[in-house]
Design a protein around this ligand. Sequence first.
Ligand code: HEC
Ligand code: HEC
Length: 188
Amino acid sequence: MKLKLKVLAGAAALALPVFLFTGTADAAKSDSCAHCHGTDGNSTSSAYPSLAGQTREYLYRQIKAFKEGTRKNSMMSPAAVVLSDQDAQDLAEYFSGQTLVRSTAKTDPAMIDQGKKIAFEAQCVICHQPNFKGLNEFPRVSRQKYPYIVKQLKDFRDGARVSDIMGPTVKNLTDEQIDALAQYLTSL
Ligand code: HEC
Ligand code: HEC
């Protein structure tokens, strides 16, 4: 607990200077994203995923997927269509370098326990890495917005978001199991 508090205080102290000193072209490009994803990639509404601290490779691939139409969303697709490949690279670089803050979602300890168990049995960390912090094309999912995680897992399960990897992984999960996983992941 003591360690956790120390880490939190450190993150808070860093947040301001990090924001101030990344005043480059990449930050300017991110202006059009800020309305939904937050200036530093920590989205203020839980309807939008946070991008801060996400892996660069994954961010780049997802922007491209929205641009090319292999991933679709009525709010996000129009934002991606106008971006060049260089923009996508710069934005991925910028957001991956920002610090992700802790989730403030209300969670239930019993559900977190259940989610942890399901994640362990399904061996999610093989790809998502210990603590779900992600690596290259495997996204970070720890601390992500709770409603967003629920939506993505259901989208994978129901085929609204297509992934040869995630589709089969979640195809037999119930809504309650998905809820438990999302509470666990957001709490990390
Ligand atoms: C009008 C709101 C809006 C704007 C503006 C917007 N986005 Fe998004 N973005 C969304 C929503 C909503 C999603 C989640 C879509 C879904 O449910 O699949 C999303 C998803 C994403 C994802 C995928 C995240 C993940 O974890 O898979 C990336 C990357 C992203 N946006 C980048 C950007 C960038 C870069 C910009 C600016 C050029 C931008 N977005 C502008 C609403 C927006
Ligand atoms: C074999 C590797 C692998 C395993 C195992 C795996 N994942 Fe994934 N996961 C991925 C990949 C790759 C993606 C990105 C899919 C894409 O490109 O759309 C992903 C995407 C996700 C996303 C969406 C992230 C975002 O920001 O939109 C969530 C949430 C997620 N996984 C949770 C889980 C959970 C929970 C488990 C265990 C039940 C799991 N994953 C097991 C590889 C894996």
